[in-house]
Design a protein around this ligand. Sequence first.
Ligand code: ADP
Length: 358
Amino acid sequence: MTQAFLSIRGIRKVYGPVTAVENVTMDIAEGEFMTFLGPSGSGKSTTLYILAGFQDPSDGDILLKGKSILATPSHKRSIGMVFQRYTLFPHLSVGENVAFPLRIRRRPQAEVAERVKAALKLVRLEGFEDRRPALMSGGQQQRVALARALVYNPPVLLMDEPLSALDKKLREEIQFEIRRIHQETGVTILYVTHDQEEALRLSDRIAVFSQGEIDQIGTGPELYAAPATRFVAGFIGDSNFIEADVVSSDGQHAKLALPGGTVIDGVPLHGALSGSGKAALLLRPERMNLHLGEKPGSLGGTVRDITFLGNNIHVLVEPEGVAPISVRLPFGHAALAELAPGNKVSMSFNPSDAHAFK
Ligand code: ADP
C-alpha cells in the first residue's frame, strides 16, 4: 500500500459536554484538493484547526508523510493558511504582509524580494507591493492573503471559508483563481465551506460532515449519484423527499408504493430496510419528467407554480396529501407550452435515478 501524503486518523475533539468532532478519518493524496462540506456546527473548522495546530485533538493522530505532526507547534508545521478571521496586517504594506512568513523564517532580503514578487504574480497582483490593504477591495485582500500563505511554498494549504465575505460574482472569480493556483502550484489544499456549489466547483473530493462526523467522502459525481445517507443526498444537489411504503426489498433494491398507490420497482436502497415499513424516497428535480393529464404508473398531482429560471423551468407539483415536489424541465420541453397552475399532471422518473433511505 502506498503511504498517504496526509493522513487524518480517528480524530475526536470534545469541549466539556460537547463532542465537536468524532472519529474523523481520511487519507489525502499529494496535490489533492479536499473540501470539508457541511452545515454550520458540523465540525469542519475544528478539524481544520487541529490540522493547523491551533487545537489539540482529544484523541487521534495527524500524519504528514507518515510522521505525526501533533507535537510540532503550529508555526513549524509548514502549513499555509487562509482563514476568514486571519486577516492582513493593516499597518503593513501588501509587500510586507506577503513577506511576513519569510521574515519570521529569517530568509535573506534578496530571496524575500524575489519570492514576494513571484507570489504576487501568482495571484495577479503584480506591482501592488507598496499598497496598504485598506485601499484594496475585499477580493484583492483575499488574494494578498493567498499570496502570503503560499510565499514559502508550503506543501499543504488550509482554507477556512475564505470567500464567505465576498459577493457572488467576486466569489466565483476567486474560485476560478484558486483552481488555477492549485493547478499551477500543485499544493495540497484542505478547504472548508458550507456552500455545496463552491465545493463541487473546486474539489477533487469532498468530505461531507454532519454532526461532527463524516457521512461520506467522494468526488462530486459520486456523492450526487450514490449518496450514502439521506443527509448527503439532501446536501449535494437539489432534492425532493417523499414517504413511500416498502413492498419488498432484496437488500440492494426496493419495490415501493408511492402515495396514491403507484408501485415502482428497482429503486437503489441505502441502509437496511425490512420487507415492510416506510422509506424516504429521494427524487432529483432534474431527473424527473412531466406529462399533462393522468398517466398510469406515474405520480399524479396538481401544478401549483411555474418559474422561469433561464435555461430551465421550475414546476412545483402537489400530489394529493403530499408536500409539493419540484420538477425542473429544460427550456423548450413539450409539456411547457400548455402548462398552467391548476393543471393535473403526472410525474415519471427512472427508478434507478431515485434512492430509497431508511
Ligand atoms: P463548523 O466549522 O462545521 O461550523 P465547528 O467545528 O466550528 O463547526 O464546531 C463544531 C461544534 O463544536 C459546534 O457544536 C460548536 O459549537 C462546538 N465548538 C467549536 N469550538 C468550540 C469551543 N472552543 N468551545 C466549545 N464548543 C466549541
